[in-house]
Design a protein around this ligand. Structure first.
Ligand code: AMP
Ligand code: ZN
Length: 478
């Protein structure tokens, strides 16, 4: 099996360290809000990897964390803690917030046929492990205290930046405003933060009351449950330059050597002109799609059409196409299932012997695609080609074997579902439409045309009405 390793920037042969059981750590969600379908793409990638490993006969020990403390508004060390902020705004405790959104996330996981990792662990249950980690880093000379926390000194770890290939010189002289003059190097990051007045979540530490930095949780929990080194660490591409770079620095500084063999990252889901993201407001959730008449597996199929290392643009045209394709695939498979095994007068000798058509070529192509760094789009193509074979239950059986990777519940008999409801425009699209309205009022038709194109790229159409009013509709095919 070949997997792409972000660290070495090439596909490598994968062999588990202990031979039989693969140890896998996946960065989990920050549970201060609903996960959007972009987030879920990353967990579908994790699931495809897990299924592919099982397909190759390995056992799995997978750990996923639930970030319920320490993730600040920026991925660096600036801004409030996301959980603390949500708790204050919603007048609930951070634990209530975390519990509510963890449940919502797990419900999405189940609906999308994402296999639950063997261990799902919360950051707040591991404060002692994290503190122990930070204390040891300080003893080894990697950590230093400032007035607002304890930081990792990246100058002590010369390999800092090896995952992303960041140019630290550039980063230090970069345009980012340096908010903390006490830091020795611009890219030093918080291992522990001292609690500012009003900060809800706080624990005792050698540096007074405080809370852990975001990165330390993954280093401490992967070490605790998987040991070092372990086989594979996954996350989204946004984790490469900060979160995972920092994890490598902390963990390797503590252990004095390599702690993870394979680093794997899922690419972004884009929407309109940018990344789908909570902070941009251009998000849909799995329940949003369900309300519009899509099944979560329509969305899973949509994701399977793109390789995990390629960006994917979310559009309703694309989702509609996925919905239709999944329905057609299931219908074709029902026909294979119900075909009389020995029907027709032209069976080959093999079929007469009761073995069914020879599907070994498809099975091999399928396995090769899966084992070539999870080439799932190609594997789907193999399935579609196989489905065009003369109707035979053996095709159905082979498709269900393949579905152990796809996870599309291909055995479900398609029912005539409700037609998708047109999507409501997200905030970012409404903002574009408002800008366009202003441009039209200023008779700036060039700008208004560009804005229309942007709205269309996001999967919506805008129609002008009397008195500068407009109507936005999702481009849903009838
Ligand atoms: P968060 O809950 O913000 O920590 O994000 C959870 C996961 O979703 C992380 O692995 C991110 O890398 C990933 N992620 C965030 N935005 C997107 C996106 N637009 N497409 C794919 N993955 C994303
Ligand atoms: Zn992490």
């Amino acid at each position: 099996m070949k997997l792409y390793n972000t660290l070495t920037r090439k596909k490598e042969n994968f062999e588990p360290i202990n031979g039989a059981t693969v140890t896998l750590y996946s960065c989990g969600p920050t549970v201060y809000n609903y996960a959007h379908i972009g987030n879920m793409r990353t967990y579908i990638f994790m699931d495809l990897l897990r299924r592919a490993l099982k397909f190759n006969g390995y056992k799995l020990k997978g750990v996923m964390n639930i970030t319920d403390v320490g993730h600040l508004l920026s991925d660096g060390d600036e801004g409030e803690d996301k959980l603390d902020k949500a708790a204050r705004e919603q007048k609930k405790s951070p634990y209530e917030i975390a519990e509510f959104y963890t449940r919502a996330f797990m419900s999405d996981v189940e609906k999308l046929n994402i296999g639950r990792p063997e261990l799902v662990v919360k950051a707040t249950d591991h404060i002692t492990d994290m503190l122990g980690f930070v204390v040891k880093l300080c003893e080894k000379g990697y950590g230093y205290e400032t007035s607002d926390g304890v930081y990792f000194d990246i100058s002590k770890f010369p390999e800092y930046g090896k995952l992303s290939g960041v140019d630290l010189g550039g980063q230090q002289a970069g345009a980012r405003v340096e908010v903390n003059p006490e830091k020795r190097n611009a890219a030093d990051f918080a291992l522990w933060k001292k609690a500012a007045p009003g900060h809800i979540m706080q624990w005792d530490s050698p540096w007074g009351k405080g809370y852990p930095g975001w990165h330390i949780e993954c280093s401490a929990m992967s070490r605790k449950y998987l040991g070092v080194p372990f086989d594979i660490h996954t996350g989204g591409v946004d984790h490469i330059p900060i979160h995972h770079e920092n994890e490598i620095a902390q963990s390797e500084a503590l252990e004095g050597g390599k702690t993870v063999n394979f680093w794997m990252h899922g690419e972004f889901m884009m929407f309109g002109n940018g990344k789908m993201s909570k902070s941009l407001g251009n998000v849909y959730t799995v329940p949003d799609l369900e309300k519009m008449g899509y099944s979560p597996l329509d969305f899973r199929y949509f994701c399977l059409n793109a390789h995990y290392r390629k960006k994917i643009n979310f559009t309703f045209e694309g989702l509609n196409a996925a919905k239709t394709a999944l329905g057609n695939l299931r219908a074709a498979l029902v026909a294979h299932k119900n075909a009389a095994a020995q029907a027709g007068g032209s069976e080959s000798a093999r079929e007469k012997a009761g073995g069914g058509p020879d599907l070994s070529g498809y099975k091999k192509q399928f396995a090769d695609a899966v084992n070539d760094d999870l080439n799932i789009p190609y594997a789907l193509g193999v399935l579609w080609t196989m489905v065009k074979e003369p109707k035979h239950p053996a095709v159905y059986a082979a498709a269900l074997e393949m579905d152990k990777i796809f996870g599309l519940s291909l055995d479900v008999v398609p029912a005539a579902g409700p037609k998708p409801e047109p999507a409501a425009a997200p905030a970012a699209v409404i903002e574009l439409a408002e800008k366009r309205k202003q441009a039209r009022m200023n008779r700036d038709y060039k700008a208004s045309d560009v804005l229309r194109a942007e709205i269309e790229a996001a999967g919506f159409t805008v129609t002008d009405k009397l008195g500068n009013e407009y109507e936005i509709k999702a481009k849903v095919e009838s």
